[in-house]
Design a protein around this ligand. Structure first.
Ligand SMILES: CSCCC(=O)/C(O)=C/O
Ligand code: FE2
Ligand code: NI
Length: 182
């Protein structure tokens, strides 16, 4: 099940409010303009499914997001403990960054931790299979897949260049707990 912990960014990371039902997570996340929804993720995927196979399996959901939000391209990030260089892949997303477009991610397998730094709070949202998250363009955030990663997420983009991050240079991400799957 998904879980949200909300910290102040200027206090100890062992002080937080916790939400663990869909409605409470959705409403608390909305305070940071985060869209959080549960979508159908019941398509059966082979463990070694290619990007194209994942995109084809979820073509309806992708089309709906493209229509609703103006996204023009989609890709897939799929990582498991057997993925070569998964430690380097983890590092790529661990520091605080922003994007010039919304960050929409649909978790179709597994889980990971999105941390959104909004005003003076950090929203640490564990996303699991079936979760759709959208972080508004320009919002500071980072993502941890954990030391033993296991997830497949569809990413939607408006810019045909795909994933472009602007790192803030802040060390804030290192002050909050990393992801350990519960
Ligand atoms: C969960 S998809 C991989 C992470 C990513 O694309 C991103 O931008 C994290 O902030
Ligand atoms: Fe990001
Ligand atoms: Ni701050």
């Amino acid at each position: 099940m998904s879980r949200l912990r909300v910290y102040r960014d200027d206090t100890r990371p062992d002080v937080f409010d916790e939400y663990s039902t869909f409605e409470t997570i959705r409403d608390a996340a909305a305070e940071a303009k985060i869209r959080f929804e549960r979508w159908d993720a019941s398509r059966v995927l082979a463990p070694d499914a290619s990007q194209d196979e994942v995109l084809a399996a979820y073509a309806d959901s992708i089309r709906k997001l493209e229509r609703e939000c103006g996204f023009g391209t989609a890709d897939v990030v799929s990582v498991n403990p057997g993925t070569p260089n998964h430690a380097e892949m983890r590092k790529k997303f661990l520091d605080e960054h922003t994007h010039s477009e919304d960050e929409a991610r649909f978790f179709v397998e597994g889980s990971g931790l999105f941390c959104i730094h909004y005003e003076h709070a950090v929203y640490a949202l564990e996303c699991t299979k079936g979760d759709l998250i959208n972080v508004v363009a320009g919002t500071r955030h980072w993502f941890d897949m954990g030391p033993v990663p296991r997830f497949t997420a569809i990413r939607l983009f408006t810019d045909p260049k795909g994933w472009v991050a602007n790192f803030t240079g802040s060390d804030v991400a290192g002050r909050f707990p990393r992801y350990t799957r519960v």
